[in-house]
Design a binder for this molecule. Structure first.
Ligand code: KIV
Ligand code: ZN
Length: 504
């Protein structure tokens, strides 16, 4: 029988460490609930000691999300472990995840500690975590650059101390598949008590090898894989959950492994994570990218029409992408609207949120003949905010052309008062942002601006995602409208609202 691979999702912890991604507590809960529906085995909700927000998020996830094991990260320090326990203890299945670096580079430059001390701290950390729960995971950080003999020694010692899972991270994405597979094989052969623990792996994507390394490790004895939705995470990201799961499923002939993932929930989860983190999925991304199942070349189209398997190794339906993209029009009612949103993964909307989104949908349907799934997602991002609107765009007027200096007049409601300002700029968006700055008066710098048409056609809805930086914090904002300048203004104001919320 095919062996079961445990899926450990760290979207809410390592994924949230992606530059620019920041999730509030409710958003984390919404994603965690969807991860449970997706069927992941373990959810890493955060790093509880890192901030009060992370602590509260892990605690809320532990309280509310049933099914998966809920874990929180902790350095091998008593105060971290205690804090992690205080957050995860509300779960029926709590786990504490302790980590400590073991590579020469980290021990010398970061920790300034010798091998003996590292070994002692790792063991003490695991023993302390065991006082709270039996389910303790230990990660020797930067394992792929650790001397193998020392790594075996640490792994053996932490298992003796009670670790039930040992996770081998390729922290900096340095490993290659053959080498990483060999390292895992070495652990299975050289660590005498390895049979008492689950071998997990955790790969980063700095060389684009995170998924390949994870699969090589699975072929060599790993039975838990740590990954994130859409592959988001530190720097170039983590191994992507959907790619690993679909590789195991599509190439069962090679791997002979199964997972508990309900693959039809994959696309929904990907959209939810992308919408809430503000990290767009590249169109050519495997499994969930917009082009993953699109056939452009005539020969390919002909082949697919004759027989799908000529050019398709998986069906879009198997990952939850509907065959047809057309959903609703102006005659659609509230019931159909709610049902479609539920199919897209928005199952947690209150009646009030639903009403707000429905009004916006009706007004879009009046302007546009066909309303697509992407339009609905953009509406939800825009209308159903978990963040209170400190600043609300009331009205705007733009003057622009080839021979005039672009000028923007903006009216914003701030603490119940309407404030109006005018500004000129290099272009209409620049003028708009300068006028907003005059009203809102928060010192910040625009570090990224991305515009995409979420649907085709002249009346398409445009979605703008901006990143702003203020006092070392980076915040993302979204805005959607059929008018791209309005979408730009909304995205900027959304980022400022998030910034104010976070500071509070
Ligand atoms: O990349 C890494 O080493 C980690 C550990 C904390 C597991 O994220
Ligand atoms: Zn990591």
């Amino acid at each position: 029988m095919a062996e079961r691979i445990l899926i450990f999702d760290t979207t809410l912890r390592d994924g949230e460490q992606s530059p620019g991604a920041s999730l509030n507590i409710q958003e984390k809960l919404e994603i965690a609930k969807q991860l449970a529906r997706l069927g992941v085995d373990i959810i890493e909700g955060g790093f509880p000691i890192s901030s009060p927000g992370d602590f509260e998020a892990v605690k809320l996830v532990a309280k509310e999300v049933k099914g998966p094991i809920i874990t929180g990260l902790a350095r091998a320090k008593k105060e971290d472990i205690q804090r992690a326990w205080n957050a995860v203890k509300y779960s029926k299945k709590p786990r504490i995840h302790v980590f400590l670096a073991t590579s020469k580079i980290h021990m010398k430059y970061k920790l300034k500690k010798a091998k003996e001390e590292i070994l002692r701290l790792a063991v003490e950390g695991v023993k302390y975590a065991k006082k709270f729960t039996n389910d303790v995971e230990f990660s020797p950080e930067d394992a792929s650059r650790t001397e193998p003999q020392f790594l075996y020694q640490v792994v053996e010692a932490v298992i003796d101390a009670g670790a039930t899972t040992v996770n081998i991270p390729d922290t900096v994405g340095y490993a290659t598949p053959v080498e990483f597979g060999k390292l895992i094989r070495g652990i299975t052969q050289e660590v005498p008590n390895i049979g008492q623990a689950v071998i997990s792996i955790h790969c980063h994507n700095d060389l684009g090898l995170a998924v390949a390394n994870s699969l090589a490790a699975i072929l060599n004895g790993a039975t838990q894989v740590e990954c994130t939705i859409n592959g988001i995470g530190e720097r170039a990201g983590n191994a992507s959950l959907e790619e690993i799961v679909m590789a195991l499923r599509t190439r069962k002939d090679t791997f002979n492994k199964v997972t508990g993932i309900k693959t039809k929930e994959i696309y929904k989860t990907s959209r939810l994570v992308s919408g809430l983190t503000g990290i767009l999925v590249q169109p050519n991304k495997a499994i969930v990218g917009a082009n993953a199942f699109a056939h452009e070349a005539g020969i390919h189209q002909h082949g697919v029409l004759a027989k799908r398997i000529t050019y398709e190794i998986m069906t879009p339906q198997s990952v939850g992408i509907a065959g047809t993209k057309l959903v609703l029009g102006k005659h659609s009612g509230r019931h159909a609207f709610r049902k479609r949103l539920e199919e897209l993964g928005y199952t947690e909307l209150s009646n009030e949120d639903l009403n707000k989104a429905f009004v916006r949908f009706k007004s879009l349907a009046d302007k546009k003949k066909e309303v697509f799934d992407e339009d609905l997602e953009a509406i939800i991002e825009d209308e159903v905010r978990m963040i209170p609107d400190t600043f609300i765009l009331e009205d705007m007027e733009i003057r622009s052309g080839t021979k005039v200096t672009p000028e923007a007049r903006i009216r914003i409601k701030k603490k119940g008062k309407i404030i109006e300002e005018t500004a000129t700029g290099d272009g209409p968006v620049d003028a708009c942002y300068k006028a907003i700055d005059k009203i809102i008066k928060i010192k910040c710098r625009l570090v990224d601006y991305a515009l995409r048409g979420v649907t085709g056609g002249k009346e398409a809805l445009g979605e703008v995602i901006v990143k702003i930086e203020s006092k070392g914090e980076t915040i993302t904002g979204h805005g959607a409208s059929t008018d791209v300048i309005e979408a730009s203004a909304k995205a900027y104001i959304n980022a400022l609202n998030r910034l104010v919320y976070r500071r509070r």
